[in-house]
Design a protein around this ligand. Structure first.
Ligand SMILES: C[S@@+](CC[C@H](N)C(=O)[O-])C[C@H]1O[C@@H](n2cnc3c(N)ncnc32)[C@H](O)[C@@H]1O
Ligand code: SF4
Length: 300
């Protein structure tokens, strides 16, 4: 704990006062193979998926560690499908810890069982209740998700919702569902980012603001919402101004391409970005106390 705190403190001082931009966290896509075809997603590839080898992931983890990252999230595609010989997703989690990462997490669609996962925390993608989730992710996917999070009984499982024109009316009931679930700790709320071909799902600015107001209200009522109030406010403002801190995360794509910033920049969608982390990082660098506390809670 002391070691982690020391590293985080030093990283922050260097970044905030000395302008040193080294990433703190890594999003590592281990494949683009997936068992769903969600309406909002451009990552999956069913024809000829890229599936990384254990050796490739090891090199990518070592590179990320070298450039400063200490937190890794394994993503895909669907990461729980990943295998290389005797190695599975738990092998990658052990590997990351051996290299020195402070924590290794996974983001999953929860369409197959993941009990036995040794990830420090698990993010399950939940895009609304029942029919709302199924509308985006496919028929039966909500029921499978509920079954698998119940059997996983992982002590650090949270959900991640991406809000768009088809599910924004389900935000409140989804937040209530999370509060009432014995298996879910909290919810992180994000908005759809309109990558080419998915623009029709983009929630217009006025509606986005209404939803942000609703989320802030629910948060103040004590619902287990991971976003900080400052991060949420900045998430809206980020659409107008340009000072972003997205270099805090480095991305390693399914093709192996190494990006020091989010692919949204390359795609030219920063002005419509919906990733909660963008607002949260901006708030951290503006010394917003609620965000700093939320970040510490998440990381430590
Ligand atoms: C690409 S998925 C990979 C992990 C896993 N297959 C899953 O669905 O959780 C990672 C996250 O990105 C989100 N996502 C996909 N497309 C998005 C978009 N256009 N805007 C915002 N989030 C998006 C998904 O909802 C999911 O929570
Ligand atoms: S499950 Fe994840 S990777 Fe697969 S299509 Fe849906 S969002 Fe994309």
């Amino acid at each position: 704990m002391i070691r982690k705190l020391g590293y985080l403190g030093l990283w922050f001082v260097r970044a905030r006062f000395m302008g040193r931009q080294s990433p703190l966290q890594t999003v590592l896509f281990i494949s683009d193979q997936c068992n769903l075809s969600c309406k909002h997603c451009l990552v999956y590839c069913h024809e000829q998926p890229h599936i990384k080898t254990y050796k490739q992931v090891k090199e990518e983890l070592e590179y990320s560690y070298r450039i400063g990252s200490r937190f890794v999230d394994f993503e895909g595609g669907e990461p729980t499908l990943w295998r290389d010989g005797d190695h599975d997703l738990n092998s990658l989690i052990h590997l990351a810890k051996r290299i020195g990462f402070f924590s290794a997490t996974i983001t999953t669609n929860a369409q197959q069982p993941f009990s036995g996962s040794e990830a420090d925390s698990i993010w399950v993608s939940l895009d609304g209740l029942g029919v709302y989730h199924d509308d985006i992710r496919g028929s039966g996917s909500f029921d499978r998700l509920c079954r698998h999070i119940a059997t996983a009984a992982h002590p650090h499982l949270s959900v991640n919702m991406v809000i768009n024109v088809r599910n924004y009316m389900s935000v409140e009931e989804t937040v209530r569902f999370v509060r009432d679930s014995p298996h879910i700790r909290s919810i992180s709320l994000n908005f759809h980012t309109p990558y080419a071909g998915t623009e029709a799902l983009f929630l217009d600015r006025e509606r986005r603001l209404e939803v942000i107001d609703l989320i802030i209200r629910l948060k103040r009522q004590g619902y287990p919402i991971m976003n900080s109030v400052s991060g949420l406010r900045l998430m809206y403002l980020l659409q107008q101004e340009t000072k972003r801190q997205c270099w805090v995360t480095n991305f390693i794509m399914p093709t192996g391409e190494r990006l020091k910033e989010c692919q949204g920049k390359i795609a030219g969608v920063c002005g419509s970005c919906g990733f909660a982390m963008a607002g949260e990082m901006q708030a951290v660098f503006s010394f917003k106390l609620d965000t700093l506390l939320a970040g510490m809670n998440l990381r430590l």
